[in-house]
Ligand binder design. Structure first.
Ligand SMILES: [Zn+2]
Length: 234
């Protein structure tokens, strides 16, 4: 079987000019990474080529549809990696500079099976954060994504009585609106005999994870929520 010379990395609407024929004003392009003779990626971010779908299809010897499907599948995987990176940063950036004991409590609290395996929480947290930051800084198919604690948004989480998450709400930036939502949430929580928690995270899925992890290092997660720019004046 002939080894294809390129691998499809994803799809982007940031690059609208075909790197193959020069056609401009395309709605989107396909990001292609050159491969060596063994089929391994042969290049860095600068070597990624952006082709219109037709040129990508001609280059790969594929149908238009196969290129589109592969590009969307690859982009879907990238988006999943981004979501995972946002979770890792939301969970571990708040304890990055915390004492080892706090860091270990959060890490092993989430990875109980690694507790007595010689896996060191400090090293793992550093590794997970570095990897997550690299993922979100990757600009192959679009601009870098927010990854700092300062980029965290605040979420209001309503727990049921048995500590399951019922609702995750993004808190509005406006302080009055924010108060209104908090009051409404407190009322809803009271109705179900649940409780309310405000956490900070890079997205709402990550907010759920932070909410479930909050009790392992409450002061650090609360501190991260206070670093939100909207809170600095409060
Ligand atoms: Zn072209």
């Amino acid at each position: 079987m002939r080894t294809p010379m390129w691998k499809i990395l994803g799809v982007t609407d940031d690059v609208t000019e075909c790197g193959c024929c020069g056609r401009r004003g395309l709605r989107r392009t396909v990001a292609l990474m050159p491969l060596d003779a063994d089929g391994n990626e042969d290049g860095t971010a600068e070597d990624v080529a952006f082709y219109g779908t037709s040129c990508a299809a001609a280059t790969l010897g594929w149908t238009h549809g196969k290129v589109t499907d592969a590009a969307h599948a690859a982009q879907g995987e990238r988006n999943q990696r981004d979501a995972y990176a946002r979770r890792m940063i939301s969970l571990y950036a708040p304890v990055e500079f915390a004492p080892v004991r706090e860091k270990a409590r959060v890490f092993y609290g989430r990875n109980a099976s690694l507790r007595h395996t010689g896996v060191k929480a400090t090293e793992e947290v550093a590794r997970l954060l570095a990897e997550a930051r690299r993922t979100l800084a990757d600009t192959t198919t679009g601009p870098a994504r927010p990854s700092r604690i300062e980029d965290f948004r605040r979420y209001l989480v309503i727990f049921t009585q048995d500590r399951n998450i019922r609702t995750v709400l993004r808190l509005p930036d406006d302080e009055n609106e924010c108060q209104k939502q908090a009051t409404a949430a407190a009322r809803r929580a009271a109705e179900i005999e649940g409780s309310v928690l405000v956490v900070a995270a890079l997205d709402d899925d990550a907010a759920s994870d932070v909410a479930y992890t909050h009790d392992l290092a409450p002061e650090y997660f609360d501190q991260a929520a206070r670093r939100h720019p909207d809170m600095s004046s409060a």
